[in-house]
Design a protein around this ligand. Structure first.
Ligand code: TXA
Ligand code: MG
Length: 359
């Protein structure tokens, strides 16, 4: 019957894109070895790191790297970070390792920092999207490093979320976004930092430039190098347009379905504003212990008011949670911008599509 065979063909096409299943792996030795095999053979594996979960493939295999872009629905002009498991692996991947970059590596690697460096010819264009620099990261997570060792190759890995959604900080988040689209997920528990790595441009002999704030702050970088420039797209409350140093800055990011508005004020003014503007489907996103002081308003809390580390750990899972709860609109307490607070501010102002009210 022509109709039936047409339908069958359609299903077959869908099958080619949707894998039958995604293997759920533990961080035990056998499972890590299995993850390594899959990666060696050109597959995609979501891996835990101390920042967020990454969606990894062999960084030296352009075809495997292209599959990352497909699985995430990632814009083709947003380059990937290459992960290594020991410092000596960097030699083949970069054409130069400037002094400033070396000093930063000494101070902060292994850890939540990506260095943008001049790339060597071995890095495929699929990784860098045609740029002449490459982001290199040496993660602190032991599980991530064991997987890189098992694969025997450097791993290209963006965050393991559907493009535009909040980054995943536990295996369940990856499962929600990627099940059926990738070969395996290694469950290594919750990420200890919770926001993506600090990205630093250190490809020449000039001052380092902060391209994306993370667990390592501009102040910490300046402490090592004497100074640290901050890319204007981090602090401007405008969506980046035109040429940007870090292509990721211009894309829609971290956006939950709910419409978020940041409220910059002290708690009393925030409470007053939220209580006056409350409507069905609206919720508050506030700091720990504040929710119960709001009168009968549904709330989500994202860490302690003066503790940026706890805010980093919670912010993405709260953004995912408020979507699961079906919230339409959110009034969020605005984080500070100094030190590690800037990482949280940067994620939330983008999640809010730059909507901010100052009271
Ligand atoms: O913590 C992290 O960095 C996580 C984990 C998995 O390591 N990875 C991650 O990757 O957040 P991704 O792809 O979501 O973010 C990488 C950021 C993007 O904003 C991208 O534009 C920027 O780094 N980037 C990568 N290569 C670059 C380059 N050569 N020059 C400038 N920016 C670059
Ligand atoms: Mg990302």
């Amino acid at each position: 019957m022509p109709g039936a065979s047409g339908a069958f063909c359609f299903e077959r096409e869908a099958d080619l894109f949707m894998l039958d299943e995604t293997l759920m792996l533990s961080s035990g030795d056998d499972d890590i070895a299995r993850a390594g095999e899959i990666l060696k053979n050109g597959g995609l594996v979501a891996i835990p790191t101390e920042t967020v979960y990454g969606l990894a493939a062999n960084a030296l295999d352009g075809t495997a790297v292209r599959a990352i872009f497909e699985a995430k629905g990632r814009p083709q002009d947003n380059p990937l970070i290459v992960h290594i498991s020991s410092l000596d692996q960097i030699d083949g991947l970069v054409s130069r390792f400037p002094e400033t970059a070396r000093a930063l590596a000494d101070a902060f690697w292994p850890g939540p920092m990506t260095l943008v460096l001049p790339k060597s010819a071995i890095i495929p264009d699929e990784v860098t999207c045609g740029l002449d620099t490459v982001g290199i990261r040496f993660p602190k997570s032991e599980c991530a490093r064991r997987i890189i060792d098992a694969a025997g190759v450097p791993l290209a890995a963006p965050s393991a979320n559907t493009s535009g959604k909040p980054s995943p900080t536990c295996a369940a988040h990856v499962f929600d976004d990627m099940f059926g689209r990738i070969d395996a997920i290694v469950d290594g528990g919750e990420c200890s930092v919770g926001v993506e790595s600090t990205v630093v441009y250190a490809a020449d002999d000039g001052d380092p430039i902060l391209l994306r704030p993370g667990g390592i702050s501009a102040e910490m970088i300046a402490g090592v190098c004497g100074s640290c420039k901050i890319d204007e797209n981090i602090t401007s409350d405008m969506e980046a347009t035109g040429a940007v140093m870090s292509p990721g800055m211009k894309h829609k990011h971290y956006s939950p379905n709910a419409k978020i508005t940041l409220i910059e004020s002290d708690f009393d003014a925030y409470k007053d504003y939220v209580e006056k503007n409350m409507a069905p489907g609206t919720a508050a996103l506030c700091f720990d212990g504040e929710g119960q002081r709001l009168c009968g308003i549904p709330y989500f809390e994202y860490g302690a008011v003066d503790d940026p580390k706890s805010q980093c750990r919670k912010v993405f899972s709260m953004l995912r949670r408020l979507d699961k709860a079906g919230v339409d609109a959110v009034y969020a307490r605005c984080p500070r911008r100094d030190g590690e607070h800037l990482a949280v501010y940067n994620r939330l102002i983008r999640a809010a599509a730059f909507r901010k009210i100052k009271l």
